[in-house]
Design a protein around this ligand. Structure first.
Ligand code: ATP
Length: 195
């Protein structure tokens, strides 16, 4: 069994090509053998008609990663006490898989706000960060205590966000170039994000 696991959390509402591309870059990075995607429970401030249920987000993630090797989708954050905090997820995973070596994987925008995460210094005692660049995020203000636990991987950034996708659908615009085909079919069939 592989020892070096990358963990990548998000709401994936919906998963898009920017996500798929960071998944591939992390897997190609030589720092990890497997990537586990942690689907975050519905954030209280992100519920309502323009957002999708946990089950739909999970189904779309499975469709998006179907042809990628060494990747799996974990629902552990939905099983742990809510609200979901990364420090709690990491401690639970490290206890359950004590023989594994974990990294936490994030996009560059999340690194810019990482100092606002609950217990971020404790997170950095548990894991180092692997970061994939995202367009328009400037890291010049990241503090040294975070940077010394951070490795930036090689990645060709793609300019797309879940917010863009939801907005485009609401306006009736195409999302064909922005999400995997199976995810687009799922969204259209279930009429997600149309309100
Ligand atoms: P939203 O627009 O709803 O805030 P999002 O597109 O930022 O969503 P999340 O599910 O919040 O997607 O992101 C999960 C992880 O993927 C985060 O670490 C985020 O930084 C990263 N990420 C998302 N989109 C990109 C992208 N285009 N390039 C690089 N990283 C990305």
């Amino acid at each position: 069994m592989a020892d070096r696991i990358g963990l990548l959390g998000g709401t994936f509402d919906p998963v898009h090509n920017g996500h798929v591309s960071i998944f591939r870059s992390f897997l190609n990075s030589d720092f990890i053998d497997e990537l586990w995607i942690l689907l975050t429970p519905d954030p209280p401030h992100k519920q309502g008609r323009n957002h999708s249920s946990y089950a739909d987000r999970l189904n779309m993630l499975h469709l998006a990663v179907a042809d990628i090797g060494n990747i799996s989708v974990s629902t552990i954050e939905n099983e742990l006490p809510k609200p979901s905090f990364t420090i709690q997820t990491l401690r639970a995973l490290k206890e359950k898989y004590s023989n594994k070596n974990f990294h936490y994987c994030i996009g560059g925008d999340s690194l810019s706000s990482f100092h606002l995460w609950k217990d971020y210094t404790s997170i950095l005692q548990e894991v180092d960060l692997l970061v994939a660049e995202r367009p328009d995020f400037n890291h010049s203000k990241i503090s040294e205590d975070i940077l010394k636990h951070t490795v930036t991987i090689s990645h060709e950034p793609i300019r797309v966000s879940s917010t863009d996708i939801r907005e485009r659908i609401k306006l009736g615009n195409s999302i064909s170039d922005l999400v995997p085909q199976g995810v687009e079919d799922y969204i259209l069939t279930k009429r997600l994000y149309q309100q």
